[in-house]
Design a binder for this molecule. Structure first.
Ligand code: CA
Length: 289
């Protein structure tokens, strides 16, 4: 067992969306309606308030960031702080917001919506092209979360949290089409629920467990859990390899829904944590638009 240490006492309501880019960790606070960029060398954390919930952050190749927010997909100019919506795949349906997302190897953005009301309306996983045109790729999702592509670009791994599974799809990198869904890792739910995810250089998946105080490493070829990184926060949400050699696993967490006693027990809930699990990650893909 490996234990993660606190890297930033961020006290995020719902820290998520970890992604390493250009020597810094990008992450969002969904309920805090902000996107952040953390430099672990200086300890400095920059924060941009967006004014609505932010589910996903990815870098643009031309500079700045792409965000999937409550009302759609937009771009953030990190110099001016100006945020501009570019498309609204959910068509103005206020009961849906964007949650987790990630770019594919060719620079398309995949991001999913989720229902905010109870009972929850179903969400949709969308593919957003570099020109901000979009198409649904999977409908009827619950809580659209972790995404990762295999190194040969032939497989997309995807977590819809209520399924308690990592699903795999055949992936066509030329068209962005997915097919042949199957479950490759299954969780019981007793050890937490699968949330955000990243892939390492060996092709293993690192899955943050909501309610599970940590991240597990799973082999999608066997379905086996190989390792767990313990985190001193209950609600662990997303993870990304970073650092100079991509050997530092950064993990986001949340405070939302925890009462005073739970927060007193784990005072760094909502923080960013880091562990050295002894393997390397792969660079994150950027948005081609
Ligand atoms: Ca999530």
């Amino acid at each position: 067992m490996i234990t993660a240490e606190l890297a930033l006492d961020a006290k995020a309501e719902l820290g998520e969306g970890a992604l390493w880019h250009d020597g810094r960790l990008l992450w969002v606070d969904i309920e805090g309606c902000a996107v952040n960029r953390f430099d672990p060398v200086s300890g400095r954390n920059e924060r941009w308030a967006i004014g609505q919930r932010v589910g996903t952050v990815v870098p643009r190749r031309v500079g700045g960031l792409v965000l999937a927010v409550h009302r759609g997909i937009g771009i953030l100019d990190t110099e001016t702080g100006r945020f501009e919506l570019r498309c609204d795949p959910a068509g103005g349906r206020e009961e849906l917001r964007f949650n987790d997302g990630k770019c594919d190897p060719r620079g398309r953005l995949f991001a999913g919506t989720m229902g905010m009301t109870k009972p929850r309306v179903p969400g949709t996983l969308y593919r957003i092209e570099p020109d901000f045109s979009f198409a649904p790729v999977l409908e009827g999702t619950g809580t659209s979360n972790g995404l990762a592509w295999s190194a040969d670009e032939s497989t997309l791994y995807y977590i819809d949290t209520p399924t308690l599974a990592v699903s795999a799809f055949d992936y066509d990198p030329d068209t962005g089409a997915i097919s042949n869904r199957r479950e490759v890792v299954k969780f019981s739910g007793d050890e937490g629920r699968p949330d955000g995810m990243t892939i390492d250089a060996d092709g293993n998946l690192w899955v943050a467990l909501w309610g599970g105080s940590g991240v597990v490493c799973c082999d999608p070829r066997t379905g086996r859990v190989l390792e767990k990184v313990e985190v001193p926060a209950l609600q662990t949400t997303a993870c990304a390899f970073g650092g100079p050699e991509l050997r530092d696993l950064y993990i986001t967490s949340a405070r939302i829904g925890l009462d005073e006693a739970a927060l007193a027990e784990r005072p760094f809930s909502g923080g960013i944590f880091v562990a050295r699990p002894g393997v390397a990650g792969v660079p994150a893909f950027t948005f081609a638009g």
